[in-house]
Design a protein around this ligand. Sequence first.
Ligand SMILES: Cc1cc2nc3c(=O)[nH]c(=O)nc-3n(C[C@H](O)[C@H](O)[C@H](O)COP(=O)(O)OP(=O)(O)OC[C@H]3O[C@@H](n4cnc5c(N)ncnc54)[C@H](O)[C@@H]3O)c2cc1C
Length: 397
Amino acid sequence: MTNLDVAILGAGPYGLSAGAHLRGIKGLDVRVFGEPMAFWERNMPVGMLLRSNWTATTIADPQHSLTLDAYKAVSGNHISAPVPVDRFIEYGRWYQAQALPDLDRRKIAQVESNLNGFRLTLADGESFHSKRVVVAAGIQSFARRPQEFANMPASLVSHASEHHDLGRFAGRQVLTIGSGQSALESAALLHECGATVEVIGRSHKINWLQGWASTTLHHRLGSFTKRLLYAPTDVGPAVLSQLMARPDLLRLLPRGLQNKLWKRSVRPAGARWLVNRLRDLPIRLGRAVASATVTGERVLVRLDDGTERTVDHVLLGTGYKVDISKYDFLAPELAAAIRQVNGYPLLHDGLETSVRGLHILGAPAAWSFGPLMQFVSGTHYASRSLTRCIARKANGQ
Ligand SMILES: Cc1cc2nc3c(=O)[nH]c(=O)nc-3n(C[C@H](O)[C@H](O)[C@H](O)COP(=O)(O)OP(=O)(O)OC[C@H]3O[C@@H](n4cnc5c(N)ncnc54)[C@H](O)[C@@H]3O)c2cc1C
């Protein structure tokens, strides 16, 4: 059986960045598993624009040579801002080809712990042994599906993450649930594809980003003030953005305050460039779904205001709820051994779980290291912290 020092599960921004950093530790046998940028390609809609700004859309690398700017320069690709999703996928694949050309595209079916590390079984049956495992598997397993729509067929109800090409809904009547970026952008894309769309949201108003106050702070107060108020990581409003960019500082605050600041930094919101694109769509806010029933080939949805509509399809832009027990590749005994809070693993330095040698990066790390971990810009912190921890342990400290 092949023996590795570190196996990285997942080749999205976090897995790629972790792999590129750990390759810098001499003598360490590191392998990254998974299809590069697969979640972005298969589970985000064609035509989507990234909400994070330019500086926050670079995947961290140890030499700072694989930035979005560097990709733009070498590829001759005229990438505009906001960055289109297909350009970001190309950038991620270029990053992988430069930093990890020998990446192993196979899926890991199971991770089990044993006396001296972990046994990994690939989907094709081959097994590996690794002293450490870094899970960078993203949020796909955590798609939130409201109870009212449980057990309905995928032809009638689907989560936004189940689609790549919304063009299949052209000419159909679609009800979109949610008032965050994913729901609103899906509604705009569906409308532009020729579907008839209505949006239902529980919140009483849409929080539009880049409003008057934020635009003034960003563009009118000069670059010095802007740098003072907003970190390049682009997570959170003015001032809070600086704190969110520093997870080690955030962790020193009382838990209750951390939770409040987290909520304030990533509340559901829509990018301002969606306003015009949604102008012609009916958007009903402050409404919840009371019940949903299948009627023939359609769905009858009743709202809490007593109104009803029958549609061809319901698209759930209802977000994600982290729960690492839903990672089906973790053997049940291993998942049970990880100390957790509300489905999030409790992580220590180096984003290591309570199971020695098992690290978890990305959104599940947000309970321990704040909302920065939910975004690409968190790769800077996560990869550095992971690398310091593994280098120290490799040197026997
Ligand atoms: C609609 C939408 C829009 C977003 N827009 C932005 C944005 O503008 N800016 C931003 O910073 N963030 C955005 N995000 C958040 C984004 O998901 C994260 O920033 C980013 O994907 C985190 O990278 P990751 O590596 O943790 O996860 P992912 O990119 O999801 O990568 C995880 C990878 O692991 C793979 N994997 C899972 N299980 C296995 C296995 N068993 N074996 C092998 N591989 C496996 C998956 O296929 C996947 O490719 C958005 C999210 C959504 C849903």
